[in-house]
Design a protein around this ligand. Structure first.
Ligand SMILES: [Zn+2]
Ligand SMILES: [Zn+2]
Length: 375
């Protein structure tokens, strides 16, 4: 078998990995470079994908799926079922706001994506591919075990062990056992400023924050379902204020609620309300938790003098707010005084070591990391 990391060895994001066996060729992820990425490695996805039998997507973050429009028409793209639906809602929102160049073609192409199931192997030529559901800041994320010609390769995609589904990954990997090659994300080894409380510890801290003020604004990624669940459950434990979002966010949460109902109640968000003017009086008198983002709708609440005495919780990577990776609109939107409460979507050094110790690879190929790893 042959492995070629087209992009994503010495940078975070822009991930494109090619794996070749005697009779098959697949790409794992077709990611875009993150904004402000220092490496300018150009990868011609159209050309590479033409020679491939399939594209496997680990998760819907742009640095793993962003170049999907470049994938040759006859090459099937595989993704998790819920990831496909959430990505469709997300791209539709992008199309409607007109902020990016998302057209109906982008939506139609997602419609052609094929679905795989957690733990159910499928075949591409002589390759056997097993998707392994994993915990990450994108819902319905996967690792892939790829077996062919007597060899086993595990591609981790982005993952962590300190989220609500994190404990399941070592259990599954123990069943899988030894692999020959581990292609593993190493994000946090080059981002030592990150804070590593578990998602449940974050939820505990959120309870006291929500109790501390009447009006709570929360900024986190609209597709980071586990983070939203943390605040949602924290709010229940804090006395249950109105939990409010916009129509787009409600669409995502309703989809997740509907699809998770069979398995768990943890992702049941049915009583989250999308804003309606009839709620306003109740919001003023009883307080609320509101999911916000940098748009006109959210600004109307965050900067409403009536809600001046609020607590604004910033719950995503600080790099979006500071330094070279800062996003202009976000910097403008987030109030000067905010409370930071976040934990990474990426495995800690200990998490990476744990995975290595379970699958005992002969070779580790680190990806999704900066060239300079600080110790
Ligand atoms: Zn990534
Ligand atoms: Zn990711």
């Amino acid at each position: 078998m042959q492995i070629k990391i087209h992009r994503g060895v010495n940078q975070i994001g822009g991930c494109v990995t090619e794996i070749r066996s005697q009779k098959a060729r697949v790409l794992v992820d077709v990611g875009s470079n993150l904004p402000n990425c220092e490496n300018e490695i150009e990868v011609n996805i159209a050309n590479i994908s033409k020679k491939c039998d399939a594209v496997l997507i680990t998760h819907y973050h742009g640095d793993h799926i962003g170049e999907y429009m470049q994938v040759s028409k006859d090459v099937p793209i595989y993704i998790g079922k819920q990831a496909k639906e959430i990505f469709t809602i997300f791209q539709n929102k992008m199309k409607d706001t007109g902020v990016t160049e998302i057209t109906q073609d982008h939506i139609d192409k997602i419609d052609t994506f094929k679905i795989f199931k957690q733990g159910v192997p499928f075949e591409i030529g002589d390759m056997k591919i097993t998707p392994i559901r994993t915990d990450h800041s994108a819902f319905d994320s996967y690792m892939f075990l790829i077996e062919a010609n007597g060899k086993r390769i595990l591609h981790t995609g982005d993952f962590r062990l300190h989220g609500p589904m994190g404990k399941g990954t070592p259990r599954t990997l123990k069943r899988i056992g030894k692999v020959d090659i581990l292609i593993c994300e190493h994000t946090t080894l080059s981002r030592q400023d990150e804070n590593f409380m578990s998602e449940f510890m974050l939820q505990e801290e959120a309870i006291s924050l929500i109790k501390s003020k009447k009006y709570i604004f929360i900024l986190c990624a609209s597709t980071n379902i586990d983070r939203i669940a943390s605040f949602y459950h924290a709010n229940k434990k804090a006395g249950e204020k109105l939990f409010i979002c916009d129509i787009y966010q409600k669409k995502i949460l309703d989809y997740v609620s509907k699809n998770s109902a069979k398995y768990t109640d943890y992702y049941n968000f049915y009583d989250v309300k999308s804003f309606d003017s009839e709620l306003y009086k109740n919001m003023v008198s009883n307080g609320f938790c509101m999911l916000v983002r940098s748009n006109y709708f959210s600004k109307k609440f965050v900067y409403n003098p009536r809600f001046r005495n609020n607590l604004f919780i910033y719950s995503q990577w600080l790099g979006y707010l500071q330094g070279k990776t800062a996003e202009k609109d976000l910097v403008k939107f987030v109030p000067k005084k905010y409370t930071y409460l976040h934990t990474s979507g990426h495995a800690t050094a200990e998490g990476i070591i744990e995975v290595c110790n379970i699958v005992k690879p002969n070779v580790i190929i680190p990806i999704h990391r900066h060239k300079l790893i600080r110790f």
